[in-house]
Design a protein around this ligand. Sequence first.
Ligand code: GLA
Length: 362
Amino acid sequence: MAGEAASRGAGPGSPRRAAAHAPGRVNLIGEHTDYNLGLALPFAIAEGVVVRAEANDPRSESAQRIYAHARDLDELDEFELAEISPAEGWRAFVRGAAAELQRAGVPLVGARLEIGGDLERGAGLSSSAALEVALCLALSELASSASLDRIALARLCARVENDWVGAQTGMLDQLASLYGATDTAVCIDFRALEIEPVPLRLGGWRFVVVDSGERHANASSGYNERRAQCERACEQLGVDSLRDADAAGVAGLPQPLRARAEHVLGENERVGETVAALRAEDLPAVGALLDASHASLRDLYEVSTPTVERAVGRLREDGAAGARLMGGGFGGSVLGLFAPDVPVPPGAREVRPGPGAHLLVD
Ligand code: GLA
């Protein structure tokens, strides 16, 4: 843990400034599997959140004070590092990141934070995780702390989301932002916490996202309810997680627990099949797996909405080889896959796998 002296402001060798970029993510497949200790296959995208931090004068009254500015909203927050109270909206992320870093022994210093970047909030591209990750990287760099390893950082960011924001999300988004790499998806095994890079050799095929126009907030959606249903299914099956459940046991569950668990088991299998299809450069097979994932999310996990259905339907009418809702559901972005000879329809945006979270050098 941080000693008293270490928590008293930047030392002589500490940087005065630090900046970090953390990308959003597209989840290619593997939805609602992370908190069930299953498999998922996300990639980091080029767009992300940027946090620029400048240390306050260690001799000034603000030596232990954080000032934060959210550029897109033009809103401010400020608090003392020694007494961080909960807050709402984007402020919950800043306060939670500062509090959890200190709890992990990172000797934070007072600073001014500018939060910007080019990732839209609430559109299902994981702006929340990108914000947590960028905040943590910039703040710990300013503290000159031996950095936490990336798995520890992902866990810490998930605690921010769970305990400070109130969304019981898993670690999909944080791990995707931290471990993404250019032209690569990452196959995450949430039980072993192993991350396997899977090269995306798309040969002219493109992934696109379309904003369904329906805003979602994980905390207020049915997300927490779905998670609780999975926990109830585990209790009834006598297993620690749905990763340990088998089809025969699941078939005996009452509804809707049976349908929820069937989705999770099927989705884990589809992740494995998608990795195999990508390695074989069989993109039509990837498209069919996206469609199957969507059907399961709609019919078994019941996280689609009429607006999302329309967005997915339009992508298919426009010639997508596969399309599905992405992320927690109840709105946000939908994902489509297009063959090289099919034009990307208006309103759809191509997403390319970009680098994972990193410090920026001015
Ligand atoms: C949201 C959560 C993730 C994950 C997905 C569903 O994006 O933040 O942890 O559970 O939903 O796959």
